[in-house]
Design a protein around this ligand. Structure first.
Ligand code: SF4
Ligand code: SF4
Length: 342
């Protein structure tokens, strides 16, 4: 497997890393097996978050006895120092470790800096002095904020959505990170499930030497697909380029990335799935989304209160209620045309 340097941290990891958000969705035994299989297969960087329910606990159970074999990153969503320390201690306990290699602020809507009155950055520095964390990172979905954080010189790593659907400004962000010697960790490398060709995705990503993608992995078959692509390491082939072009055409414009930052919704709409439903049905067909349970979920769209919460919080500036409405119309068409799948 290719290797990549995480900027000024000096940490070199195998290029394909493990994003542990999806392991929340599988049971403990299955997750432990999957995580161990990943480490055995050559993955040596695991990224999780305090906010991913039991993901940290699963990593702790699966890998803590082999702690010196991998780099570990997690995140705190805390907005103050008190919450920071509580999160850090909880994460260390769940992960069964005495240190976290990269500790990240989880998608804050400002970038913490010394003297900003939150005490967050000072807490990072103190945690580092205590040896509980090694490097300071930030994750974000907002391009202007991400740029500011990189340029501030305060952060060792940035985690940002990056895939072959990224635009030129986002690609330039990886260049800025290289210039500033900030490690670039790519989240949403499969754009929240909309990219389904792992070979093309891996080959495209391999072009960016300073980018470490954390692939969200939930199943052994997904892990095998990724390891297979990494082993082939074919480079970008004409067939990959054709696939990328098609996907860019189909997914151009405004589409929901599934990040969930617009939630919770007061009408209890699962926005991050409902707003992408037609794309999910078209690109990764699954009868599960046509089940009576999902029909009920989709019907909640009719009760949107137009409160504006989602619009205000969407980092992509989407007209979420409009997107949901269109999604529901398309969904009803799917239902009419695919009765056999129900
Ligand atoms: S505008 Fe509608 S979809 Fe958005 S948060 Fe409010 S109720 Fe939910
Ligand atoms: S509407 Fe925006 S914030 Fe909400 S899940 Fe989609 S991309 Fe994310």
């Amino acid at each position: 497997m290719k290797r990549a340097l995480l900027g000024r941290t000096g940490i070199t990891v195998n290029k394909e890393a493990f994003g542990a958000l999806p392991v929340q969705r599988v049971g403990m035994a299955e997750a432990v097996k999957l995580l161990q299989k990943a480490l055995d297969g050559g993955i040596n960087f695991f990224d999780t978050a305090r906010g991913y329910s039991d993901s940290e606990e699963k990593i702790g159970n699966a890998l803590s006895h082999r702690r010196d074999e991998f780099i570990l990153a997690t995140k705190t969503p805390s907005k103050n120092a008190e919450g920071f320390w509580k999160d850090l201690e909880t994460s260390l306990g769940k992960l069964k470790t005495d240190h976290i290699d990269i500790y990240q602020f989880h998608n804050p809507d400002f970038f913490p800096r010394p003297g900003d009155d939150t005490g967050l950055y000072e807490a990072m520095v103190q945690a580092k002095a205590q040896g509980k964390i090694r490097f300071i990172g930030i994750t974000n979905h907002r391009l202007p904020l991400a740029k500011e954080a990189v340029e501030s010189g305060l952060y060792d790593t940035l985690q940002f959505p990056f895939s072959y659907l990224s635009n030129e400004d986002e690609i330039n962000l990886t260049r800025l990170c290289a210039e500033k010697n900030v490690g670039f960790i790519a989240m949403k490398a499969l754009s929240g499930g909309l990219i389904t060709d792992i070979d093309a995705a891996q080959a495209w990503m391999a072009q960016y030497a300073n980018v470490v993608p954390i692939w969200g992995i939930q199943r052994a078959s997904e892990l095998e697909g990724l390891l297979g692509a990494a082993e082939k390491n074919s480079g970008l082939l004409p067939e990959h380029e054709r696939r990328i072009e098609t996907d860019r055409r189909e997914l151009s414009g405004t589409f929901c990335r599934g990040c969930g930052y617009c939630m919770p919704c007061p009408a209890e709409i699962e926005i991050n799935t409902c707003a992408r439903m037609p794309l999910l049905l078209r690109r990764a067909p699954s009868a599960r989304f046509l089940s009576p349970e999902w029909q009920k979920e989709m019907a909640k769209i009719e009760h949107c209160r137009h409160c504006g919460h989602c619009v205000k919080h969407c980092p992509y500036g989407l007209d979420t209620p409009g997107l949901l409405k269109k999604s529901y119309q398309d969904y009803q068409t799917f239902l009419r045309e695919a009765p056999a799948a129900m």
